[in-house]
Design a protein around this ligand. Sequence first.
Ligand SMILES: [Zn+2]
Length: 209
Amino acid sequence: MKKLNAPPFDIKDVRFLRSKLTDVPTAQNLWKRSDGKYGNFKKNVTTTMKAAQSKRCAYCGTRLFEERPHRDHIAPKSPHFRWTFWPTNLVLACYCCNVDCKGETDTVAVVAASYRRTTFTIVHPFLDDPADHLDFGVADNAILISPKNGSAKGAETIRLFNLMDPERAKERAKDVLFDEDVEHLHGLTRDMFLAAAEELRGGRVVMKT
Ligand SMILES: [Zn+2]
C-alpha cells in the first residue's frame, strides 16, 4: 500500500465513459461490457496497475497470483456510479480484500464535487500516504500492523481488511523473508517493513515454514 500515482489514461476516453453513467444500474451494466472503449479501459486498468502495484494487493500488500486479479472500485459503483470509470478509483486487490472483506462497503466519508476532494474512511491508495496512517512491528513470527498516532483511517483500514488476522500477519512475515522482490513490497511502508525484517533475520524470531 505504497502511495500510488494516478495512472496515465486518455482523458477523452475517461470523459466519454463518464458521460454514459446516468445511474447505478446503467453503471453496473456498462462495467460488465468487454467491447470497445469499455473493454479497453478495463484491460488498461489491469495492465497499468499490475506494474504500478508490483503485482501486490493495494490493500493488504500480499502477492497477486492471478493472471487477471480483481479490479476493485475503491468507492463502490453503488451508490457512487459516477466514478465507475474513474482511473484513481480503481486498484487491483486480492480475493480476500476485494470479496471477503470489502464487498460493497461504502468507503466514502464525505462526497465532494471532485473525486480528489472527496474524503474516505480508509487509507486511499492514491490520495493518502499509508506511512501517515499505519505502523508495523514484529512479534511471534509475524509482522503486526497498527494505526499510526491513533489514525482513524488506519484503524478502519485494519478493521475492514482484517489486517490483524494472525494468518495475514504471518503471510506478511513470510513475504518479507522469502520474496526476492522485498524492495517492492506493496501495502507496507518500505523502511518500516525492512526494519521489521531485520529484526526477524536477527534471530529474535525464528521462522517456521
Ligand atoms: Zn489484499
